[in-house]
Design a protein around this ligand. Sequence first.
Ligand code: HGY
Ligand code: MN
Ligand code: MN
Length: 422
Amino acid sequence: MTETESGTIATDGRLGAEIMDRLHQLAGHSESAEGLTRVYLSVEEKAAGELLIGWMKEAGMSADFDAVGNVVGRYEGMTPGLPAVVTGSHYDAVRNAGSYDGMLGVVLPISCVKIMHEAGERLPHAIEVIGFADEEGVRFQSTLLGSRAIAGTLAPETLNKKDSDGMTMAEALTAFGLDPARIADAAHRPEDVLAYVEVHIEQGPVLEQEGLPVGIVTSIAGANRFVVRVRGQAGHAGTVPMMLRRDAATAASEMVLEIEKRCQGIDGLVGTAGQLFVPDGATNVIPGAAEFTIDIRAGEDREREAAVGDVMKSIDAIADRRGVTVEVETSHEERSANCAAWLMNMLRESVARAGIVPRDLMSGAGHDAMAIADIADISMLFVRCGNGGISHHSDETMTAEDADISAAILLDFFRRFRPKTN
Ligand code: HGY
Ligand code: MN
Ligand code: MN
């Protein structure tokens, strides 16, 4: 990657090829042979983390797992111990995930640092690359665990959360080789973080539709997640008349349709029931229990909060009418996060030097940047997704060319970064 006389960024494709090769190696560390699944503190995650640590060390970084399983790599500046520009993303994955969601934002910066290391280049600040261990929240139904630990905002009671096998997060940390009593050690002091920048695939169709390889994120939508447990009355499917039933599954289904109805037709508001099931159900038994999850998001916090309030009222009304009970557990709540204008401007300048028209866009997906916003100004660079932007699916795709130009832009951002002057 070089800078031409005119100050524009030229690339030769090597960075992109290395990044894609490494992403495909990482995708091999999966819970299942079909598709990529890698949950927090799993053996697959440990193997993936060790691969990242090896690449970080090869790039001249100090690197290790932190107290909660994040992978933290540090490339010192001109003198050791300087405050850092922090970058990164998550290296856990949803079930049947793509190879790029999260991992791109960990692997790509490592390749950028390697370029500087090979040239013996040091900056007036350190660079930290973090692979966050649990952004998706698949295992313990609680998201942003790794980045919250880095921000020092991880609630200690999270350690008591249980996975579907009944193992607590504390037990999983111990099995991973970590000490649950030390999770506070992962926290970074705000004064040690000059800024945060995250590279992430768009997970949407905009950049592909507009023929742009990258975009600059303006804000990240806030989100509420819930687990809803409905209890009715089990019974014989053949002998209980319809009007005497308290069917938990039909009640849950009506509640789920209410989520869709309330969130339809309002720009930027989305509602999803990602899981809906009857525990221990049987064809010839009226469901006495049913469970579903809720994920409601919006760019505007008051829009999201209003929708959540209305959905909860509908759930209560349906439960009363149908004679079932509901228990609603809040599994996640995160307000929307705005990216810092001064960092967006720096990213725009790097994007322009790469000969690309800077395009601002909002993120409907959540990201670790939301948690880091508690200790630093944040920014995000979106990278084009193929296949109409599909994500959280094995059809997720991107190109080596886009990886290459994104890496060149991030390297330019690192080199030209100047701390905010108050
Ligand atoms: O759900 C999200 O928005 C993120 O991909 N975890
Ligand atoms: Mn994701
Ligand atoms: Mn992600």
